[in-house]
Design a protein around this ligand. Sequence first.
Ligand code: BQZ
Length: 687
Amino acid sequence: MKAHIKALGGASLLVILAATAGQAQTLPPDPPKFEAQQSPSFVGIGDILEYRALPEYSEPAWVAKNYVETGKLPPVAERLPKEPMVYKTANMPDGVGVYGDTMRHVIGGRPQGWNFLAGNNQGWGGIDIGMYECLTRTGPLFTIKAEELQPMPNLAKSWEWSEDGHQLTMHLVEGAKWSDGVPFTSADVMFTWDDNIVDPNVTPAVGTTEATFGEGTKLEALDDYTIRWTFKEPFATQFLYQMAYGNFCPNPAHILKDHHPKYNPEATYETYKNFPPPDYMNYPVLGAWVVTGYRPDDIVILRRNPYYWKVDEAGNQLPYLDEVQYKLSTWADRDVQTVAGTADFSNLEQPENYVESLKRAAAPDAPVRLAFGARTIAYTMYPNLSANGWGDPDERGQAVRELNRNADFRRGVTRAIDRQQLGDALVKGPFTTPYPGGVLAETSFYDKTSTAFFPYDPEAAKADFEKAGLKDTDGNGFLNFPEGVAGGGDVEITMLINGDYQTDKTIGESIVAMMERVGIRVIPNIVDGTTRDSLALSGKFDWQPVRINYPELSTIVQNTVALAPTGPQVAYGHRAGADGSLDLLPFEQEMVDVVNKFMASRDPAEQVDLIKQYQKLYTDNVYAVGLTQYPGALMINKRFANIPPGAPIFLFNWAEDNIIRERVYVPADAQRPEYQLQAETLPGEPG
Ligand code: BQZ
């Protein structure tokens, strides 16, 4: 045997070994060649921005005339921090911009209200990214040299570690103001931490919890502009990534506190979550634009924030764009309208729209620029691995969770999926590639030889299900639970699907059909995105095929905690039940240990090795069922300037963050003033 194995190459060696072990796992197929159409120029963070006072500042002429000269606003220099963030001209693809025009987005979600911190979303599609600024920023990191990679400063302009590495002192931008002129201070940061992230009754819209920043982490304010973190692990640089979009984006304490049950006995956590409602205008933000118009199911309009705390090197207060709109429609319509020129921005992410969008964008007079990036979009089917009450399952649901926890069953599921057919059902051509799950291929931490791939093999799948104790006892073609389990009826799996996307529905249909072939009945539960997110976060699913909206499986360093169930409310497929305990399977515990070691490590070689171990644990054990991986394309109307080349639609964050919209402008001769719906107006009083 030894001589025989020596004669074989690495890959075939794996196949032999696996086959003898009855696993029949192989290495994943190499993705078909697909070149990203543009690549970024890599720079250091200091090449993009700095914080400093400039000799003078300017603003749109109509703001000076209609607001400053009439005494409605103080002069622009008084509306800016002592040292505003300054975007450097050399890093601007088209240089210093000019004021005017609007960016017309289309989104498939709907604003539930403006309290993102307490769990309401605004309909996604970049509306929240533009409103809520966070302590650090990571979207634009796709342009940062690997050797200088670390989160960008944002509201936190600088930070330093204590000698022993357990404390991180952060300095906030001094003198920044909310869009209603009220100063931003550490009181807003502490309200965000104590009364939202730490308060177990409050769950921010992307599911942030205290564990997002590491178990036992503490935060305190030293003065109005200085905060100090205390971490259990020394030099926990990971958590600086968590302080970016979604997880640590302060909201105005001066507006929200009065509605929080801790400060208002009349309030409940439900009323707190729903304040302010969507028709509340001019909600104070630190972002570049403020909500000044809202018509349900029609449009949200935002106007420039007169107190925005960022400028260009010429001293122009940003943003350049006076207005941003979000037409309330569908995600598919976002692609259609952007290609047609009635909208300005889309992340082309639904493969069924690729061919038509490519065809139209190729026309010489096409209004839109379309550029494919790398394959950073993927779908994974997460089985619910909690058998401890998460999601309050009934007897059937509990029996399914026990099956999900059975390695033979999970291996059967992954072998019942024909990933090539699933990808072809979305779009033919070089776009999709079978995705085994775990770290995404073609990303920096990916290691093919650590990745187990179970090829499509329905007969082997049926054998796996038999090993898991399932038989078709009533001969109706569907496998039954064992005697005495859920009445010995057919195994029925509920599968949570995001009905806002045709891609999710198509993938769901493929899974239903493929599982029926091997005798498993899957029942899709197709709901809107917001309902889906809430059911997923509360464990009310057996399986959830979901587009990966979180960057840990491509960047590893962003949202690292979510690589495994490192805390009771962190992972997508395994959270704690009512008693707060996690019933981890042995391999999951190993994954948690490896991820925690990665977060505590400061040795790049060790980190690479730890992720190889993680990838092996994830894919050998089918922690979740990878489905398909493909590239997205950024589509932006051609009239816009300062779009960074090679901006991916998703990597550390979505393109709405990556392209740095506050620096984007429309050259004067290309402007379409008629697109603005509230020309020459500024946000008014909150209410
Ligand atoms: C991008 C993104 C910006 C959320 C949402 C949506 C929600 C999820 C996810 C994407 C939309 C767009 O994604 O599809 O291209 O514009 O908004 O936030 O899928 O249902 O909950 O995680 O980001």
